[in-house]
Design a protein around this ligand. Structure first.
Ligand SMILES: Cc1cc2nc3c(=O)[nH]c(=O)nc-3n(C[C@H](O)[C@H](O)[C@H](O)COP(=O)(O)OP(=O)(O)OC[C@H]3O[C@@H](n4cnc5c(N)ncnc54)[C@H](O)[C@@H]3O)c2cc1C
Length: 430
C-alpha cells in the first residue's frame, strides 16, 4: 500500500510550516519550490540597502526540513495544476508530481496596477533577486553620481520610493542613514548628504494597517530624517530618468517600487473564485471551494477574520494557515471533520530608520526607541535558524555602532539589466 501523497507548493512561511505540521503523519510529502532557500522577507529591505548579505536572511529548505524523513524537497518551477488528474506540473512539462492532497503556498508578487512595463525601471521587493537588483541600483547610483556632470548628478542622488506601506516606509527610513552617515567619507565629487529621498503614496495617509496616530508618528519621524513625503501622489508614468505624478516631473535615476500585491498566478489554474488581487477566496477550512483535498495558505489565500476584516498578508498569518492546512489533511486522513481557520492577530510593526519604530500589539501602542527594541527582538526571534540570528545580530551590532554597511560589493558578474546606468554591466553580490 502506498502512503497518501501530499504535495506542498512553496517553501515560504506557509509551506514550511505545513511541511513541519506533517512531519509525524503517515504520508509522503513532496515540497516544491522554485528556489532552494526559505527567505525571511521582512528583512529583505536590509539586503536591498546593503546592511545584510543575502545568506543572512535565507536558509536552505532541504536543511530546514532535514528532520522530516517523510519529505522530499524538489527545486522546480510549478507551472500548472491539473485538479482532475491530481497532478502538479513543473519545469515546462519536464516534471509531473501526483498528489492526493495539495497545499498551495506560492505567495504573491508586487503589482504595477496594469503598468507591467514599469517593472524594469522600478524594481519591487519580494524575492532575493529583487533585493539584489534594488541594491545594485542603489549602489550604482552613488557610483554614477561620482562620475556625473553637476547638472546630472542631482537625478542620480534622488531616490524615489513608490508606496507608503511598511516596505516603502522602512526603505525610506533607512536610506538617509546610509547617505548621511555610512557613505559620508567615500566620495570626492559630491556630498552624500545631498541625497534626497522621496516617498510617494497614492492614498491620503501612510501605513493604513496601523492606527492613524501611529501612522502620523511615522510620517513625523520620516520628515525628521529629511524624507520628502508626498501623500495623494499616485504615479502616472515612469521613465528611465524621471517619475511623474500627474504632470509633475520628478527627475530621478532610481525608482523603487513598494506598492501593491498580486497573488501568484498559480491560483488561476484552479478555476476557483479569486479576489481583485488574484488571491483564492478559500472556504473557512482553507480548502478551495469544490476541491476539498486542495488547501491554500499564506499570501495566496483570501479569508476574513471573525470581525469581518481581511486576514492580512503577514508572516504570522501565513504560519497559522500553513499549520491549519497540515492539520486539516491529518484530520481528513483520520476521518475527522476539518477545522475552520481562526486568525490570531500578533500585531503590526514597522521601523523608521535607526532606533525608531512603531508597534501595535492588541491595545498596546509603542513608538520610538522602545518600539525599535521590540522590533529587533521579534525579527531576531523569527529568523529561520540560530545561525541566521547570530549573524544578523553581529551585522546589526557592527553597522549600528560604526555606521558601516557590511554588503556593498559590486562585482563584474553579468548585470541585472535594470541598473539604469546605461552601459554599466556590473552585478552585485553579498
Ligand atoms: C519586503 C517585505 C517586507 C515584509 N515585512 C513583513 C513584516 O515585517 N512582518 C510580517 O509579518 N510580514 C512581512 N511581510 C509579509 C510576509 O513576508 C508574507 O506575508 C509571507 O512571506 C507570506 O508567506 P507565504 O508562505 O504565503 O509566501 P512566501 O513567503 O512569499 O513564499 C512563497 C514561496 O513559494 C515559492 N514559489 C512561488 N511561486 C512558485 C512556483 N511557481 N513554483 C515553485 N515555487 C514557487 C517562492 O519561491 C517562495 O519560496 C513582508 C513582505 C515583504 C515582501
Amino acid at each position: 500500500m502506498t502512503k497518501p501523497r501530499v504535495v506542498i507548493i512553496g517553501g515560504g512561511f506557509a509551506g514550511l510550516t505545513a511541511a513541519r505540521g506533517l512531519r509525524k503523519a503517515d504520508v509522503d510529502v513532496t515540497l516544491i519550490d522554485r528556489t532552494n532557500h526559505h527567505l525571511f522577507q521582512p528583512l529583505l529591505y536590509q539586503v536591498a540597502t546593503a546592511v545584510l548579505a543575502p545568506s543572512d536572511i535565507t536558509s536552505p529548505i532541504r536543511w530546514l526540513l532535514r528532520k522530516n524523513t517523510n519529505t522530499t524537497v524538489l527545486m522546480a518551477e510549478v507551472d500548472g495544476i491539473d485538479p482532475a488528474k491530481q497532478l502538479v506540473h513543473a519545469d515546462k512539462g519536464a516534471l509531473s508530481v501526483p498528489y492526493d492532497y495539495l497545499i498551495i503556498a506560492s505567495g504573491a508578487r508586487h503589482a504595477y496596477f496594469g503598468h507591467d512595463e514599469w517593472e524594469p525601471m522600478a524594481p519591487g521587493l519580494k524575492s532575493l533577486e529583487d533585493a539584489l537588483k534594488v541594491r545594485h541600483r542603489f549602489l550604482i547610483a552613488f557610483e554614477e553620481a561620482e562620475k556625473a556632470e553637476p547638472e546630472d548628478r542631482e537625478s542620480w542622488l534622488r531616490f524615489v520610493i513608490v508606496g507608503g506601506g511598511p516596505t516603502g516606509v522602512e526603505l525610506a527610513g533607512i536610506l538617509p542613514d546610509i547617505a548621511h552617515h555610512s557613505m559620508l567619507d567615500d566620495f570626492r565629487n559630491f556630498d552624500p548628504r545631498d541625497t534626497k529621498i522621496v516617498l510617494l503614496e497614492g492614498g491620503s495617509r501612510l501605513l493604513t494597517a496601523f492606527e492613524p496616530d501611529l501612522a502620523e508618528r511615522a510620517l513625523k519621524d520620516l520628515k525628521g530624517l529629511g524624507v520628502e513625503v508626498h501623500l495623494n501622489a499616485a504615479v502616472t508614468r515612469i521613465e528611465k530618468d524621471a517619475v511623474y505624478v500627474g504632470e509633475q516631473r520628478i527627475p530621478t535615476r532610481t525608482v523603487l517600487w513598494a506598492a501593491g500585491n498580486q497573488a501568484s498566478p498559480l491560483a488561476r489554474a484552479l478555476a476557483a473564485p479569486l479576489d481583485r488581487a488574484g488571491r483564492v477566496l478559500v472556504a473557512p477550512d482553507l480548502s478551495v471551494p469544490g476541491h476539498p483535498t486542495i488547501f491554500v495558505a499564506g499570501d495566496l489565500a483570501a479569508i476574513k477574520r471573525d470581525d469581518g476584516g481581511e486576514v492580512p498578508a503577514v508572516a504570522p498569518a501565513a504560519n497559522q494557515m500553513g499549520k491549519l492546512a497540515a492539520k486539516n489533511v491529518r484530520r481528513i486522513l483520520a476521518e475527522q471533520p476539518t477545522l475552520k481557520f481562526k486568525y490570531r492577530d500578533k500585531g503590526n510593526l514597522a521601523t523608521i530608520g535607526r532606533y525608531r519604530a512603531i508597534a501595535e500589539i492588541g491595545p498596546v501602542k509603542l513608538r520610538g526607541q522602545i518600539a525599535w527594541w521590540f522590533w529587533l527582538f521579534i525579527h531576531l526571534m523569527y529568523l529561520a535558524t540560530f545561525r541566521n540570528r547570530i549573524i544578523v545580530l553581529i551585522e546589526w551590532g557592527y553597522s549600528y555602532l560604526t555606521y558601516q554597511r557590511g554588503s556593498r560589493l559590486l562585482t563584474e558578474r553579468e548585470g541585472d539589466g535594470v541598473s539604469g546606468a546605461g552601459e554599466n554591466k556590473m552585478g552585485s553580490i553579498g
